[in-house]
Design a protein around this ligand. Sequence first.
Ligand SMILES: *[C@@H]1O[C@H](CO)[C@@H](O)[C@H](O)[C@H]1NC(C)=O
Ligand SMILES: *[C@@H]1O[C@H](CO)[C@@H](O)[C@H](O)[C@H]1NC(C)=O
Ligand SMILES: *[C@@H]1O[C@H](CO)[C@@H](O)[C@H](O)[C@H]1NC(C)=O
Ligand SMILES: *[C@@H]1O[C@H](CO)[C@@H](O)[C@H](O)[C@H]1NC(C)=O
Ligand SMILES: *[C@@H]1O[C@H](CO)[C@@H](O)[C@H](O)[C@H]1NC(C)=O
Ligand SMILES: *[C@@H]1O[C@H](CO)[C@@H](O)[C@H](O)[C@H]1NC(C)=O
Ligand SMILES: *[C@@H]1O[C@H](CO)[C@@H](O)[C@H](O)[C@H]1NC(C)=O
Ligand SMILES: *[C@@H]1O[C@H](CO)[C@@H](O)[C@H](O)[C@H]1NC(C)=O
Ligand SMILES: *[C@@H]1O[C@H](CO)[C@@H](O)[C@H](O)[C@H]1NC(C)=O
Ligand SMILES: *[C@@H]1O[C@H](CO)[C@@H](O)[C@H](O)[C@H]1NC(C)=O
Ligand SMILES: *[C@@H]1O[C@H](CO)[C@@H](O)[C@H](O)[C@H]1NC(C)=O
Ligand SMILES: *[C@@H]1O[C@H](CO)[C@@H](O)[C@H](O)[C@H]1NC(C)=O
Length: 717
Amino acid sequence: MVFPQRLYLHALLVACCCVLLLADAQRTHPSEVTALRSVKRSLLDPKDYLRNWNRGDPCRSNWTGVICFNEIGTDDYLHVRELLLMNMNLSGTLSPELQKLAHLEILDFMWNNISGSIPNEIGQISSLVLLLLNGNKLSGTLPSELGYLSNLNRFQIDENNITGPIPKSFSNLKKVKHLHFNNNSLTGQIPVELSNLTNIFHVLLDNNKLSGNLPPQLSALPNLQILQLDNNNFSGSDIPASYGNFSNILKLSLRNCSLKGALPDFSKIRHLKYLDLSWNELTGPIPSSNFSKDVTTINLSNNILNGSIPQSFSDLPLLQMLLLKNNMLSGSVPDSLWKNISFPKKARLLLDLRNNSLSRVQGDLTPPQNVTLRLDGNLICTNGSISNANLFCESKGKEWISLPNNSTNSALDCPPLACPTPDFYEYSPASPLRCFCAAPLRIGYRLKSPSFSYFPPYIDQFGEYVTDFLQMEPYQLWIDSYQWEKGPRLRMYLKLFPKVNETYTRTFNESEVLRIRGIFASWRFPGSDLFGPYELLNFTLQGPYSYVNFNSERKGVSWRRLAAITAGAVVTAVAISAVVAALLLRRYSKHEREISRRRSSSKASLLNSGIRGFSFKELAEATDDFSSSTLVGRGGYGKVYRGVLSDNTVAAIKRADEGSLQGEKEFLNEIELLSRLHHRNLVSLIGYCDEESEQMLVYEFMSNGTLRDWLSGSNSQ
Ligand SMILES: *[C@@H]1O[C@H](CO)[C@@H](O)[C@H](O)[C@H]1NC(C)=O
Ligand SMILES: *[C@@H]1O[C@H](CO)[C@@H](O)[C@H](O)[C@H]1NC(C)=O
Ligand SMILES: *[C@@H]1O[C@H](CO)[C@@H](O)[C@H](O)[C@H]1NC(C)=O
Ligand SMILES: *[C@@H]1O[C@H](CO)[C@@H](O)[C@H](O)[C@H]1NC(C)=O
Ligand SMILES: *[C@@H]1O[C@H](CO)[C@@H](O)[C@H](O)[C@H]1NC(C)=O
Ligand SMILES: *[C@@H]1O[C@H](CO)[C@@H](O)[C@H](O)[C@H]1NC(C)=O
Ligand SMILES: *[C@@H]1O[C@H](CO)[C@@H](O)[C@H](O)[C@H]1NC(C)=O
Ligand SMILES: *[C@@H]1O[C@H](CO)[C@@H](O)[C@H](O)[C@H]1NC(C)=O
Ligand SMILES: *[C@@H]1O[C@H](CO)[C@@H](O)[C@H](O)[C@H]1NC(C)=O
Ligand SMILES: *[C@@H]1O[C@H](CO)[C@@H](O)[C@H](O)[C@H]1NC(C)=O
Ligand SMILES: *[C@@H]1O[C@H](CO)[C@@H](O)[C@H](O)[C@H]1NC(C)=O
Ligand SMILES: *[C@@H]1O[C@H](CO)[C@@H](O)[C@H](O)[C@H]1NC(C)=O
């Protein structure tokens, strides 16, 4: 008779606690919740990635891709900071209600299948820093309202089908550094007003339908490093002479732009690395002044250039590619093109001079092994002026650019199939510990506009660039494969392996995964002259990483702060529940003493009820030191691990975060309460640990959803 009544009371107390928690909880700003709902409504989500978007509060209930500020806004609401929905096979359209996400800094819909036009309302989100819409099926024109985005740093709409002109209003994007509009159907002239964007680094407008004149004023942009305009039609336009006056440009690419007129003199551009003016109708001679010593690539092929090959192409120590084919060049080929080159490691040089009117070689025709020289279609090949002409005059053999990339994989001689679950674990190929199995993070990555044309000499430097910034050892990065694509862009598949340390952990822990992904996904890598802009194609979290949830970047600290701020609400709720409790307690006064005695009960009485006390050490052993490979879930209070106890019982161990520790008395009360609840939908408590500022509960392990749901509080009892 007594027991069910007490249970009833306990259940009520639990209910009170739940009410209290709900009253306590800070919520996402209601208009942002409305906005997110509308965003979801206008999307099609065949893989159901957004299935949890109809449950609870966006910021507090872990909505996929929704990241909020740690701090509560001055209006006492939580605000959405990032919307990260990359690579989720989403289609449908973008909701104009996005504008209600008034504190948004990152809007990321990359690599989906979204159609319709870009809502002009996005121009109202003045906090926006990264606008990432590349790789979709967006159409329509660019709204001039986007020019209001005065904090925008990165503007990527590449690989869509956006039409119409580039709005003049974009000259107001004062902070923008990266404009990536390539591979769309943009028309009209490049607005002169873009020359007001004094902070801009990279302008990629290639593969559009732009026309008109090239604005000479762009050369005044003090920070411009890459101007890539290939495959547009500026028919009849000259390359402005001022383009020889760019102060910081590294890469100028105007391939196939229907440009006419003479070549500007580029000798004043001190750090020019890459120049591509091929497939135009450029006429006249090649200026004879010297190029920057940094140049790796000069492509002037497929024009109507005449005159001779100037000495200025000699003594360029980093040159990889000089393409002059299909012009009307005459005179001699100077052997200084190859003679004085001291090749850096793995360097190669392609000299393609085919189909001109070159009639002789000045000096020795004995280029070193690392030089590929092509002379077919010149008078040299037929006029008998050289004896070994057949070596350079017959188009045969592969060009170096298509050579296979050989990498030395030290794991090749490890025993096959010795890694656990080979889909996710593999030998770390460059690891100092041979045949070390680990689960790499897999990253699809593409250099959008690199300043070189042959990768091998720069692979090591690339590795250092990536690992230095990630604070990793060079051996942790493995370039699984790379290949050149049209652009030319360099697609790579990267694998990052965990560091080998004394614990031989085979996986990155959750915070490392979040840190690394955050750096890639928000472009925190420093700029690189050589490698240029990159794009993130995918960042796959599978196998041992499938539990990782981007939203959990929020830390305990903020929840403490949150609790402090909401103390008022708590006091009210406590007052109400106190009244309720008083009423209940009076009603059950008979049991009151018994209950209060139990409240102050010692751990000893708990042990009598069959609940075990565990030491921290025991539970650490059970979970492999709380290693991430034993993690099965997490919630606002902390994490849940799967552990194997010393008696081989499999248990679920719920470990409170530092920020969610309760008072000892409350903790013991909770344990007592749980020890008495037996219900078919609930798992039963085996024991607890309360030491070393740790609070853990040990439950019987249930592998299906019930446990996780119960522990994460999503089925409110
Ligand atoms: C994109 O949408 C088209 C139809 O609109 C569909 O045929 C295609 O499979 C989709 N692609 C992906 C990757 O979902
Ligand atoms: C998207 O859909 C396509 C076709 O249905 C599938 O091959 C691909 O794996 C999906 N991608 C993701 C990220 O779910
Ligand atoms: C892009 O849009 C234009 C105009 O609407 C259309 O003619 C063209 O076919 C589209 N291209 C692609 C690749 O969808
Ligand atoms: C961009 O467009 C060009 C020309 O249509 C195409 O060859 C190239 O593959 C496209 N690049 C990307 C990354 O889509
Ligand atoms: C923007 O550019 C235009 C044309 O070059 C110029 O007339 C105007 O003064 C510039 N505005 C600002 C604010 O720099
Ligand atoms: C460029 O545009 C002009 C004028 O519209 C046209 O005559 C020419 O054929 C176009 N060239 C190319 C390569 O599309
Ligand atoms: C290039 O800059 C120099 C000095 O800054 C200036 O005298 C010259 O007129 C400029 N040339 C062009 C074509 O703008
Ligand atoms: C020249 O190329 C060969 C491969 O063809 C390479 O083994 C050699 O190291 C290269 N030489 C230099 C100096 O890089
Ligand atoms: C590169 O690999 C190919 C085949 O995988 C091999 O034939 C060639 O000898 C290798 N080259 C070097 C320099 O290791
Ligand atoms: C990620 O991108 C890489 C490089 O393009 C590709 O090889 C890999 O298949 C992609 N993975 C997924 C899951 O899309
Ligand atoms: C060992 O490396 C793993 C994976 O990088 C890391 O999670 C763990 O914290 C490291 N342990 C120590 C003691 O450094
Ligand atoms: C948070 O959401 C992700 C993705 O939907 C999911 O995998 C994860 O289990 C969720 N975590 C919690 C504690 O709800």
